[in-house]
Structure formats: structure tokens, C-alpha cells
Design a protein around this ligand. Structure first.
Ligand code: CP
Length: 358
């Protein structure tokens, strides 16, 4: 049960993750005295969400605060997305992203047109994404799209005039996943959202994977660079000599956060407060799973109190024997997805006025 003293009743009992840490939203709301940066949220009205570089720390915190409010409060009764139609167009497989977006919309009384597999569209007959974008202009109010091609967002936007949310584009980005990741981190340790996080509460963040070809990792790293007062150091663990890729070279050079690279997870594991791992790298038209050398299991020498994050789906790199431990933040991370996606939709569809007490 959520017990947030700063938020008006009614609070509700949410079904949450079955194993690992649970992350109730009350402490995050309390860390900012229940104040939500409405101006930062209003700036998202009518905007597409394509790349995490659109955000800054203030926006990430504001979306997390709104997500926490939506998680703590029974806003369903206010029907904030009443009359809105979202199109979820998935040209690549997904469990979490499509279904949590659809759950987010339906729980707030919006409606969904769902394309769970692009092959049921005219794509199978050679239709272009640009022409599909033209059709979507009259079918819905917002489009949420996943596609294996990195340039797919540009293609559909040739004609699409509705806000577009990038739900993963090849090796490009996955911005809503990165917001979910930071929502989990800020619920886990709410001081990280403040300007004066005590030095002993700042984190050494380890990222196992290759941001250059792993979109969730890339987007998470991009947002993490916006938190120099929360993140003390970042260590990238990758078998690649240059795992970063062109997209992030400049933001990394400009960031005050020191970043090191190693290919041996054992060198750093016992010093990491947060270990972010992902399984899948995109190689043009195929996927590659993370090397078994980077596998985490109960025998891994994790720092006491350290947490593991993973956008899921997982493969062998993350053993199920960690699920029952307090290192498991990944199930709570996934459980926060509906609320972050609700926050994005309410802001993009300009329905902040429908949330009372905001
Ligand atoms: N995290 C994530 O993108 O999961 P899905 O591939 O299941 O959508």
C-alpha cells in the first residue's frame, strides 16, 4: 500500500512486482515536497519524443514526479485521456513497450489502435512508412512506433503531423525506456533528484554493454550524463575498444562525469552501486546477445546494497537466481513503465489540466 502524506487521497493498492525490491512512489514525491514542475511538463505538449537529447535533468525529474503522482493516486476516475486515440505501430517484437503503453492509455480512458506486427499493414505489399504516416494523421492523436530501421522515425515523419513517440528504432534510441530507468533510480534513492545529493549517496554506475549498438543502453547513458550531481563515475564494461558510438561522443566529452572503459567486469563489480545490463546489440538487420563473460548470477561479487537494472527481455547474462535478492531492481523498474508512459502521454496530449492537484 502506498502511504504518501503529500498527496491527496484516495491512494490505491497497485499490483506490483512479485520478486526483488519494490519501489513505492511516496518517497520520491516527498523528496520534492510533492511539488511537480508543471512548466517542464507543459513544454512537452504536442511534441514528438524521439531522442533523449530533447530532455534535460529538469524534464526527467518532472516526468518522474508526475509518474509518481499517477502511481500514488487513483487518477483513473478523472479519465484524463478521454476522447484521445493512440496508435501503437510495432514493426518489431515487443512484450513490455507496446503492452505497457496500451495499458497506460486504456487505464486513463483513452483508446488504442494497435498494430502488433507490421506485416499486417500495407508494408507486406510494399507500402512506404511515409504513406502510412499520412494515413495515421486522421486515425489517431499520437503514434507510438517501434521499427528495426534507425531512420524509420524520419521516414514516417515525412507526412505524419501527429506527435510521434519513438518506442525503439534499430540501434538508435529508446527514450521512454530511459525515462523508466531513471524513474526506478529516483524511487530507489530519491536524493538523486536533488541538487545537493550528499557525496556518500552519489552512485558509481556500471553499464555492461555497448551503447553504440544497444539502444536502451545508449538512451540510459544519455540521460545519466544529465545527472552530474547524482552520478559520481560511470564505468562502461564492453569487449569493444570504442563502445560509445558517434551519437554520444560529444555529450560524453562535455560531461563532467568521469567515464572509464574496461572489458573485465570483475575489475569493477564490487565497487558499483548500480549495474545496468542489457542483452541485445543491434547489428544492422540482426541481433547479437551479450557475451557469456558478462553474465551476472548469485556468485557475482556485487557490492552490498548494489542494485541491478535491466530493460528486459533478458537472456543468459542475468541469472534467475538473482530474482529473489535485493539486488533485483529490474522487476520494479519494469513495473514503473505504465506510470512513466502515462506521464508522457498526459503531457504530450496536453491533458495535464485533467489531473487534479497538479
Ligand atoms: N524493454 C523493452 O523495450 O522491452 P520490449 O522489447 O519487450 O518492448
Amino acid at each position: 500500500m502506498n502511504r504518501n502524506k503529500n498527496v491527496a487521497v484516495p491512494l490505491i493498492d497497485r499490483a506490483t512486482n512479485s520478486k526483488g525490491q519494490s519501489l513505492p512512489p511516496a518517497e520520491l514525491l516527498a523528496a520534492t515536497d510533492g511539488r511537480i514542475d508543471r512548466e517542464a511538463l507543459e513544454a512537452l505538449g504536442g511534441q514528438s519524443i524521439l531522442n533523449p537529447r530533447q530532455f534535460d535533468r529538469r524534464t526527467v525529474v518532472a516526468i518522474s514526479q508526475l509518474a509518481a503522482l499517477l502511481e500514488a493516486r487513483n487518477v483513473e476516475m478523472e479519465k484524463p485521456l478521454d476522447g484521445k486515440i493512440a496508435i501503437t505501430a510495432f514493426f518489431e517484437a515487443s512484450t513490455r513497450t507496446r503492452l505497457s503503453f496500451e495499458s497506460a492509455i486504456l487505464r486513463l480512458d483513452g483508446k488504442v489502435l494497435s498494430v502488433p506486427d507490421g506485416q499486417v499493414t500495407g508494408i507486406a505489399k510494399g507500402e512506404s512508412l511515409a504513406d502510412i504516416g499520412e494515413m495515421f494523421n486522421t486515425y489517431g492523436d499520437v503514434v507510438i512506433m517501434r521499427h528495426p530501421e534507425t531512420n524509420s522515425m524520419d521516414e514516417i515523419r515525412k507526412n505524419l503531423q501527429r506527435p510521434l513517440i519513438n518506442a525503439g528504432n534499430g540501434s538508435g534510441h529508446h527514450p521512454s525506456q530511459a525515462l523508466i530507468d531513471w524513474y526506478a533510480l529516483l524511487k530507489w534513492r530519491p536524493e538523486l533528484c536533488t541538487e545537493d545529493c550528499p557525496p556518500e549517496r552519489r552512485i558509481h554506475l556500471g553499464i555492461i554493454g555497448t551503447p553504440g549498438s544497444m539502444r536502451a543502453v545508449k538512451s540510459f547513458l544519455r540521460l545519466s550524463l544529465m545527472f552530474p550531481k547524482a552520478v559520481d563515475r560511470i564505468t562502461l564494461v564492453s569487449e569493444m575498444a570504442d563502445p560509445v558510438g558517434l551519437d554520444l561522443t560529444e555529450p560524453i566529452e562535455e560531461s563532467p562525469i568521469p567515464i572509464e572503459i574496461t572489458n573485465d567486469v570483475r575489475e569493477v563489480l564490487d565497487d558499483l552501486d548500480v549495474v545496468y545490463v542489457n542483452s541485445i546489440a543491434f547489428l544492422g538487420d540482426s541481433y547479437r546477445n551479450l557475451d557469456n563473460r558478462y553474465k551476472l548470477d548469485r556468485s557475482s561479487k556485487l557490492k552490498p546494497g548494489a542494485v541491478i537494472m535491466h530493460p528486459l527481455a533478458r537472456n543468459n547474462e542475468l541469472s534467475e537466481d538473482l530474482d529473489e535478492t535485493d539486488h533485483n531492481l529490474y522487476f520494479a523498474q519494469a513495473a514503473g513503465a505504465v506510470f512513466v508512459r502515462q506521464a508522457i502521454l498526459v503531457a504530450v496530449l496536453q491533458r495535464l489540466d485533467r489531473i487534479s492537484d497538479l
